[in-house]
Design a protein. Structure first.
Length: 213
């Protein structure tokens, strides 16, 4: 099998969510002398990007996304020892969390998956995250961006205070918000830089913004 076929095979395994095949392909690639970074960028991330597109157009849903993410993680685990030896090639760091008062995490977790697939180092603060924790997390991580998630109309209003706290603390990176009740108009009203209708869109918008900066 030549390198192009190997990379495509790994990407395809991610797309259909076959973790054992993804893992085996990555091991085969390393044994054949393919650089770990090339296996990551040219196979795993290619596959996950395709999954994100399928999710966006309604061809894939949350179960397929999660199964694909598990396959990708299996491949990354194989590559991690080799990746650790080389220079870091992340797009940037993004801190994410579900806002205070909200205990939902599926949307946030999907955002984390897609941001990781886009090349970001993701720091997940979890659920029910206060403005203070977002400020502290962004400072500690040296983040280029912060992502806020909310599933409830009653908790999305807390996003405004969090955005205000970040700006008052001197955070000058990008702030992106998302969740079922959130809209573009609301994002503009509270001073967020971006609104994302879904995880794939959010990752794409942030990557463009951070790499263009």
């Amino acid at each position: 099998m030549d390198k192009a076929e190997l990379l495509k095979g790994i990407a395809d395994a991610v797309i259909v969510g076959k973790a054992p095949d993804t893992e085996a392909g990555c091991k085969e690639g390393l044994e054949a002398g393919v650089p770990a970074a090339e296996l990551l960028n040219g196979a795993l991330l290619v596959g996950m990007t395709d999954v994100g597109e399928k999710f966006r157009v309604g061809e894939y849903f949350i179960p397929e996304m999660l199964v694909a993410a598990r396959a990708m993680k299996a491949g990354v685990k194989v590559l991690e020892p080799e990746l650790a030896k080389g220079p870091k090639t992340t797009v940037g760091t993004v801190v994410i969390g579900t806002v205070s008062g909200d205990l939902h995490d599926i949307g946030k977790n999907l955002a984390g998956i897609m941001l990781g697939a886009a090349g970001f180092e993701v720091v997940d603060l979890g659920i029910d995250v206060s403005a203070e924790k977002f400020v502290e997390g962004a400072k500690q991580a040296g983040a280029e961006a912060v992502g806020l998630s909310a599933l409830l109309t009653t908790t999305m209003v807390n996003m405004e205070g969090i955005v205000k706290s970040l700006r008052e603390a001197g955070f000058d990176g990008k702030v992106i918000i998302g969740g079922a009740p959130v809209t573009q108009e609301f994002a503009e009203k509270i001073g967020a830089d971006f609104y994302a209708a879904d995880a794939a869109e959010g990752a794409e918008k942030l990557k463009k913004a951070v790499t263009a900066a």
